[in-house]
Design a protein around this ligand. Structure first.
Ligand code: SF4
Length: 133
């Protein structure tokens, strides 16, 4: 049953540094009006974000034998927002062996999205047991 309520969401377009606040009006899950964009890319972005919101996921993964115990990582591309919980759970179970280099692929298909998770900094091997100087 429809309640005919008109909803308005504001979506920040991330396609360029202007960051337009694009307003999307909808009724019964269908877009009825888009305003606030300064170019057509904002329309496409708002439509996609309305239908299938996605985010880059930045987080950390545990490191074994590293100078730090955690390495910062992020998804190589935005993933659907509804996959973020599953992705966090999957990453919580991963332990990578040092050394880790920035850009290393930590996992290739996070939460069955087909998207890689990559390290965003390098973590050297902990040589404290071998190097006493
Ligand atoms: S709508 Fe166009 S001008 Fe505005 S942030 Fe998006 S790409 Fe940039």
């Amino acid at each position: 049953m429809s309640n005919n309520e008109i909803k308005e969401n504001t979506i920040i377009c991330v396609n360029c540094p202007r960051g337009c606040r694009v307003r999307v009006k909808s009724q019964d899950g269908e877009i009825t009006d888009i305003t606030g964009h300064q170019c057509d890319m904002g329309i496409d972005y708002a439509k996609e974000e309305f239908k299938n919101p996605t985010r880059i996921l930045p987080t950390t993964v545990r490191v074994k034998n590293g100078r730090l115990d955690l390495v910062p990582v992020k998804t190589a591309k935005p993933i659907p927002k509804n996959k973020i919980g599953a992705a966090m759970q999957e990453l919580a179970g991963i332990l990578v062996e040092a050394p880790v280099s920035r850009g290393d692929v930590i996992t290739e298909n996070i939460a069955d999205t087909g998207i890689e998770v990559v390290a965003t900094r390098s973590i050297a091997k902990n040589s404290k047991n071998n190097d006493l100087n």
